[in-house]
Each structure stands twice: as structure tokens, then as C-alpha cells.
Design a protein around this ligand. Sequence first.
Ligand SMILES: *Cc1c(COP(=O)(O)O)cnc(C)c1O
Length: 372
Amino acid sequence: MYPQVEVDLKKIERNTNTMVRDLGEKGISVMAVTKGFGAKREIVQAMLRGGAQFIADSRIQNLKKLKDLPARKVLLRLPQKSEIDDVVLYSDYSLNSEIETLRLLGASAIRRRRIHKVIIMVDLGDYREGIRYHKVPEFCREAVRIDGIQIAGFGVNLTCFGGVIPESDTLKRLVEITEAMKKEHGLKIEIVSGGSSSSVYLLYENEGFPEGINNLRLGEVILLGKETAFGKHLDGLHDDNFILKAQVIEVKEKPSVPHGRIGMDAFGNKPVYRDRGIIKRAIVAIGKQDVDPAAIYPLEADVEIIGASSDHMILDVSRAVREYNVGDVLRFGLKYGGLLSLMTSMYVDKVYLEDGSPLSIDEMSVNLEVTV
Ligand SMILES: *Cc1c(COP(=O)(O)O)cnc(C)c1O
């Protein structure tokens, strides 16, 4: 069935393993972030085979689906009040920045005779979630008095909203505040989480990670082979783990500018066209309902995406050497946004491979022994 995304599990396992190994040498553990692909079980298992020490997702539904996998689970998005019980049941750790939420988590944990571990988020300038640095002591003084929770770590999130690049000095501040809180409250801190795929570049810098950072939460770098502070491909990582395939349903020569008065397109925008004369166009059966055309790129030589409506994507194949016909299948690479929408679309088939070959049924159902 098309459209489909081919997922190479072996390559994802190797990317995970490369990160686990290189960061492990610096004493840094890896939370494998699964939200980029709707936490599909096959891929999560590949990340665990690659040695990831935690599974992390922003949606509790995804962690619930994976509840039988033997790995520590982390909720990345601050818990909603409406999901507190599920957070306590299906995640071992959650990231937090609100006292009120911690009280609810604590109460729910006590009802279940558990202790829920929390990682306190410190905002070091990206201004998405987190407690501002100078407010952390006051926050912790209240948090340590809440029964049912344990402060298991501190973390920072950067480059997500504000685009702030994680620097050694910024991460040092996270270590400093962690040390101060450990001292003040006698906390046993297990995790000091220094960010996401945008922190990975520090591995290759002189300054590097400051002493004391012992965890990163990694999605994109494992999945697409790119660090995200500068968008650089990293040597030794696969960047073709996910390939979109879409099928041609029309090939015709048509003018590149529509004929008639131009009103709004299917999305209420007024389109602007570049006149390239008569062009040879192919339509593939995929559209904005599945993916933003700007979030994928053709892997076929000399094919250009012109645009898409909800269910049709139009390509300029005028300059392509290959002759495209109805029924042909074209391949596309994915950016992170494309991965996100395609992997969670019910209209897109997912096909799992190992090093380019289809998986046999037996391999798909092997039982995993994972030590954590
Ligand atoms: C999504 C997310 C990550 C992972 O980000 P990548 O850029 O994919 O590595 C890490 N931390 C938090 C809090 C997140 O929401």
C-alpha cells in the first residue's frame, strides 16, 4: 500500500548505539525520545536493542502503549491535570515545573502506594518550559515537602522555542543549581539532563559537556542522523532511516500557471505561481493531510515539488532523466516535521526493514531481553 514509510530498524538501532557509546564515554545516558514516530513499538524496540537506557515521550498515551516493555519511561511534557493518574501509572519519571502539579502527582502516587520520580525543569533562556534559575531554590523548598514524589533530577530544555543553542557555560549553570539543591536538601540526584539533539554537538567541541551532566534526551539525532543546534549531519550516523514512497496517479504536460482568475486554494491562501512555461508534471497520491510538502525532499534526480492540496502532490518532472509513468513509485527523504506527521497518519502504511531487507514475521516477534 502507498503512501508508505519504509523504516530501517537496523540503522536506527545502530544510530542509538553510536550515541549511547559516544555519550557513555562521557558518563552521559540516553533517553530515546519516541514522539517523533508515534512511539511505534518496532522502532522503540530497535532503540532499546541499541542500548538506550530510558524511553521518553511527550504523550502519556504513547507510554501507556509501551507499558509492557522493560524500560524506564519518562514523560517529557509537563503533565496536564487531566492525566495525573495515568502519568503516575505509566511513567516512572515526569518533567515538571509547577508545584500544583507536583501536589497532584504526589497525592495520586500515595493512593497507589508508589513514589513518582520528578525531574525539575530549569529555564536557562529558551523560555519554553521551566523554572527560572533564580526561582529554583524557592520552588525546591516547597517541592521537598510534598509526599509521594521524589526529586530525582534536574533538566533543561533549549533550542525548542527560542532557538537558544546549548553551550558549555549554560549547562554548567544547570549543574551548579543541582549541586546547590543537593546540598540544601540532601537530595539524591540521579539525573542531570542537559537537553536534546541540539546538545549533541558539544561532544565534538573542546569545551564539551561540563562535569555533572549525565543525561540527554535524544530524538532527531537518532532518527535522522542530524544534530539540531546547527542542523549538521553527523559522521557515523545513518540519515536514511525513513523513506517515504508515493505512487504516481497522473503524468501530463500542463502550463505551470493556472488558467483563469486566481482565487483561494484549498487552504484559503492565494497561491503565487512561477511561470516556467509548459512543464511535465506528475501527481503523486499524497497530500497535506499526510505531510507538509516543505517537510520532505525528493530523492529522485531532478524532481521538484511544486505544491500540494490535501490529497494530491504535484511534481515538476520536466528535467528528470527517468521517465515517470502512472503507477511508478517515487522516494522522498524526511525532515523532522515530515516524520512526525507521516508516522502518525493513519493513511500512511509503515513498512519495517533491516538493512534494506524486509523483516520476516519471526524476526518481528522476537522477545526482547532488555536490562536497564
Ligand atoms: C522532544 C523533546 C526532546 C527531544 O528532542 P530532539 O530534538 O528530537 O532530540 C527532548 N526533551 C524534551 C522536553 C522534548 O519535548
